[in-house]
Design a protein around this ligand. Structure first.
Ligand code: 8X3
Length: 266
């Protein structure tokens, strides 16, 4: 057994995108709880203000699809000194249309947020993460992909492609940064019941969103993902949980979901 100490969260500064709801907001809560100095990023100012009040994190309003906004975030961080952890949680699915009829604008939006939003942040903040690694021995980049990156499904084409691109991109990044004390941690969740994921996907149709989770015993919730992120970040600095796929017990695959109680056979 190794004896390396876990990474201390004490002096570490973490920036979390997509912090206005779901996995992003839960990650802010989890990291504040662990003692990180957390900066929450999102488009929706009122949501961020609520999170600041609740957790004591700080906030920056930012649209990740805007180069100017991302540049403003970089300047803000440069003013603070360095960064230790970047959690790219902003993303999501739009629509369930088949490849043959889907609107390319929906796909462009998914790519812009999930893939390019993550790339913009990495590009802007890597120098600051290197400073964090110099100061504290390790820095971390967390990307949220999805089980959808690894298994396509009908109606998922745009989202499958966007999340597969996130997976491919951070794979390249890990190779490019080898030799530096920077961990690239990819989190690939399956079914997570959040207030907005399915609602956004189904264009605000609450009944359809609710039906997705109906009868599923204990789908994952945002806090589950946030706990796993906090765990991965707390591992000793030489341990990189480089790809973590997590699903609720009731889900063996996107197309193999058990609705009803879970019970042992026999
Ligand atoms: C969400 C998982 O199954 O809805 O990233 O594609 S799934």
């Amino acid at each position: 057994m190794g004896t390396s100490p876990a990474v201390s969260s004490g002096a570490r500064r973490a920036l979390v995108t997509g912090a206005s709801s779901g996995i992003g907001a839960a990650t802010v809560r989890a990291l504040v709880h662990k003692g990180y100095d957390v900066i929450a990023l999102a488009r929706r100012e009122d949501r961020l203000e609520g999170l600041v009040e609740e957790t004591g994190c700080s906030m920056v309003v930012c649209d990740l699809t805007s180069e100017a906004d991302v540049d403003r975030v970089r300047l803000h961080l440069e003013g603070l000194g360095s960064l230790d952890v970047l959690v790219n949680s902003a993303g999501g699915a739009i629509g369930v249309d088949p490849v043959a009829t889907a609107d390319p604008d929906d796909w462009a939006e998914m790519f812009n947020l999930n893939v390019l939003g993550t790339q913009r942040m990495i590009r802007a903040l890597l120098p600051l993460l290197r400073q964090g690694a110099r100061a504290h021995g390790v820095a971390d980049i967390v990307a949220i992909s999805s089980t959808a990156a690894f298994l396509s499904y009908e109606g998922g084409g745009g989202y499958n492609a966007a999340k597969a691109a996130v997976h491919a991109m951070v794979g390249a990044l890990r190779l490019e940064l080898v030799g530096e004390p920077i961990r690239i941690i990819e989190i690939a969740p399956g079914m997570v019941h959040t207030e907005e994921f399915a609602l956004n996907r189904f264009d605000g149709d609450q009944a359809r969103a609710d039906a997705l989770y109906e009868g599923v015993e204990s789908p994952l919730v945002a806090d589950d993902i946030a706990d796993v992120i906090a765990y991965a970040l707390g591992c000793p600095p030489h341990v990189n949980l480089d790809l973590i796929q997590l699903k609720p017990v009731a889900q063996a695959a996107q197309y193999k979901l058990h609705r009803g109680p879970l019970k042992p056979k026999g």
